[in-house]
Design a protein around this ligand. Sequence first.
Ligand code: G3I
Ligand code: 9MR
Ligand code: ZN
Length: 544
Amino acid sequence: MNKIFVNQVGFMPNAEKKAVLNFDAAGFQVIDANGESVLKGEATHFGTDEISGEDTYIADFSQIKNQGMYKILAGDVSSASFFVGENAFDKLMKDVCKCFYYLRCGHGLDKKYAGKYYHEPCHVSKATVYGEDVPAVDVCGGWHDAGDFGRYSTAGAVAVAHLLYAVRFFPKLLEVEFDIPKVSCEKGLLPDILAEVKVELDFLMKMQREDGSVWHKVTTFSHAPFIMPEDDKEELFLFNVSSLATADIAAVFALANTVYGAYDKEYAKLLLERSLKAYKWLEANNDAVLFKNAEGSNTGEYPENEDNSNRFWAAAALFEATGEKKYYQDALKQKPFIEAYDKGDAFKEYTGNIFTCFGWADVAGLGALSLILKDEVSELYEFVKRALIEEANRLVRNSSENGFGLCMKKENFIWGSNMELLKYLMVLTVANKLEPKAEFVNTLTAGLNYLLGCNSMDVSYVTGNGEKAFKNPHLRPTFAAKLDAWPGLVSGGPNTGLQDERAQELPKDTAPMKCYIDHVDCYSLNEITIYWNSPLVFVLAGLM
Ligand code: G3I
Ligand code: 9MR
Ligand code: ZN
């Protein structure tokens, strides 16, 4: 079918603006809200690329700078409408941030803020320590991870990190208000983003044992059916501690110490104490303590093969927070291990430089961000700075290989491909701060365009944002309550792995960009998680 793919949300006035046609039109026009044609142009033929399988034509309408709503017309085909203006992403940013509030676990959501998405207190019972004969533990609070009700320490720490690094790099994020309950602190009220993040930090503190180590996760034994969170009354289990979770928590508490220090000295002090306590445990336990699901349990595993990138991040974050050289030396010691591991990983060539990875498993990139913030010239600083810039250059090169200007290769279309993309957009954001370059900004813009509708599925991967936004996330509460999904959720996106039953109905030779179905059953294509929303906050904060 003839289609015009375009970012369905909007563009900043000075941004490069491109749409993609999958047919040969005589020309295209940009139509404003009054139906007037404001620009006529020719689309350039790019050809067929392997990620979309479409024969693409690129329509450049960068000249459109006046604020307003527009759409593109070519022959008898019309695109979705979109906005051009300085505040193009204001609603999107608020929506994306508010999702963390809707995912809160524990004390229930207040109707005043949650409206129809209100729910009763959930998962408030104490959790049994799996396989140990000790009293049950209160770990009430935090955010549900995703479409499921699990709460996982490494995933939570990484989501918090994206948000707090965003605050550090782009303090304007502190001004974003998204209608959540206010929280007092020594200096008055916390900015909304910090009030929301504190919910997860408080929970993560409860996940830390007396000895400093951190439980990998708290979940029921098996995933709940599609019911409301308050109806999930199965026993909660705290599964084993891992050095992965312990290192990630040491890192994120060190980062939070700096951010919260400006608002609440007592809270910041507590965060640093907890970070140091986790770090001491790591020092006393040099061998990696990895994680495997208990026999028969099917909740998220978040497995990792090594803990070097986690220890690197913890050391770098503590170096940044305290200035103590010892932590710098520790980070430096991890570098060769991470490099050796990276060399042995067949996946490397697709994910890019491991020191620029910000995912739930490879967290060395988060350590890099701490070193960049520290801004102290050193071997490691120079190394990560170059890694970020070289990776950004690689992404620019990737973007010339397809009609969508997308910085992804076919191998990036795995479970959570939209996060692969968002991680790349974070790299481009930081690289552009280090060494501003038009190509970095244009590649970033094209990536955001893809997420918001300029893709061969013709869909915006953020709920409630865009005329053709996806509608059926794999998400328990809204499905159980028979409600539309709340706005601002980022879908996992296309995944050639087709790792759920319904996804397997797609033909085997489906192009990577089209390995997607907007169906609630498709957890490997259409789930949502906290750490797919958080990098979008980082990227939007950068654009602000
Ligand atoms: O690292 C491998 C690579 O070597 C391989 O070539 C490539 C292609 O298959 O896959 C890479 O591994 C993928 C891995 O994620 C790393 O990104 C796996 O295939 C893929 O199955 C795995 O998916 C993870 C999924 O859980 C299943 O474990 C997702 O990243 C992760 O986001 C997701 O997390 C779930 C939680 O378990 C439970 N809560 C919901 C959440 C989101 O779906
Ligand atoms: O709903 C679960 C989702 O959050 C997870 O990402 C996914 C993989 O762990 O598992 C989903 O639960 C499915 C379970 O694994 C198998 N039976 C069907 C469940 C979804 O309805
Ligand atoms: Zn809950």
